[in-house]
Design a protein around this ligand. Structure first.
Ligand code: BMA
Length: 329
């Protein structure tokens, strides 16, 4: 590989399809999308913006399943192949030492990060407005909730899979109470998963483009010898409302708030019917990526139209070259 993956794992059983002939696109979709349909469990209105990870030779995930009340709740699930998912019919419950923090109002847009010896879950957590909830699990049975990372209002909390400069690290996007019409990505550090600080600016919208209104981190960054590979979402305000697309950036390995490259064109945008039609039309929203360290194959899980979950494929080397060759930095 041109840019070897650092501390990755072999995932020969991850979902994969070769790029279809006739396209040179850096990202291509699973031919049988949506990989998770909206009504996979009886209670769900929609299943999207969800996070999956390798787990004990199989795959596990935390799924955003809005229910038929239209409450935003999180469910855990398991899969042998990353394609056919067995999602628990009951919402997952967190245990928390602090009764006030442990009150569950709503949860959405989870990410899951393997870090040192356990899986950390971050999600947009209701606490007098949206902020970043943090919890950990060893087994996807018991989830221990920690302090919220930030003050409200904040969304898209995405952890790094190792300490950086000796501290835990997270990207996030300060926001407002509603459908925020702005948004920059920031980097924060923590010595203990409780207190977060040393906030650094990472990137802001790029004007007059698919990422002109706001940007937010997507899947857990993938460490390569060239830098942290970050897939992120960007929003354009059209005369028909927000349009959510995805791009790719490369962040410095030691100082991840430094952006080395960032794609001017998108890598994925809402174009197919299940991305353009649904509860919120014209949304692709990546929240997870599986990566095989041996080949650089990437499988990106993304919410489509706030209704179903799509899957798309890419190679790390090609994503990095795309960010560099088309960089707006
Ligand atoms: C964002 C989040 C996402 C959602 C997107 C499009 O603000 O709420 O969960 O996918 O809007 O509606």
């Amino acid at each position: 590989m041109k840019y070897p993956i650092v501390s990755g794992q072999s995932l020969p059983n991850m979902p994969w399809e070769d790029r279809p002939s006739g396209t040179g696109d850096v990202v291509w979709r699973y031919s049988r999308n949506p990989v998770i349909r909206r009504d996979l469990i009886p209670s769900s209105n929609s299943i999207f913006n969800s996070a999956v990870v390798p787990f004990r030779g199989r795959f596990a995930g935390v799924f955003r399943c809005d229910d038929k009340w239209r409450r935003m709740v999180l469910h855990r699930g398991f899969s042998d192949d990353g394609l056919k998912w067995d999602i628990d019919h009951e919402p997952l419950r967190f245990t928390c030492d602090d009764a006030e923090i442990g009150v569950f109002q709503y949860g959405y847009d989870p990410r899951v990060c393997w870090l040192e010896d356990r899986y950390y879950v971050t999600w947009c957590n209701g606490y007098h407005g949206p902020t970043i909830g943090v919890a950990w699990t060893h087994d996807f049975e018991h989830f221990t909730q920690l302090e919220n990372a930030f003050l409200p209002y904040n969304r898209n909390g995405v952890m790094f899979p190792r300490r950086v400069g000796g501290r835990y690290a997270m990207l996030s996007r300060p926001s407002d109470t509603g459908h925020t019409p702005f948004g920059d990505v920031f980097y924060s550090e923590s010595p203990d998963m409780c207190f977060w600080g040393r906030h650094r600016f990472v990137m802001k919208p790029y004007p007059e483009s698919w990422q002109g209104t706001k940007v937010g981190a997507g899947p857990i960054p993938i460490e390569t010898e060239a830098g942290w590979l970050l897939i992120y979402h960007g929003v354009l305000t059209s005369c028909n409302g927000f349009v959510y697309s995805a791009g790719v950036a490369l962040l410095d390995r030691d100082q991840p708030w430094r952006v080395l490259a960032r794609s001017g064109p998108y890598i994925l945008s809402p174009q197919l019917p299940y991305e353009c039609m649904g509860d919120v039309p014209n949304v692709v929203f990546p929240c997870a990526a599986l990566c095989d360290a041996d080949t650089g194959r990437v499988a990106v899980y993304y919410g489509a139209a706030d209704t179903v979950t799509g899957l798309a494929f890419a190679y790390t080397d090609e994503l990095i070259d795309f960010a560099k060759a088309n960089s707006v930095v």
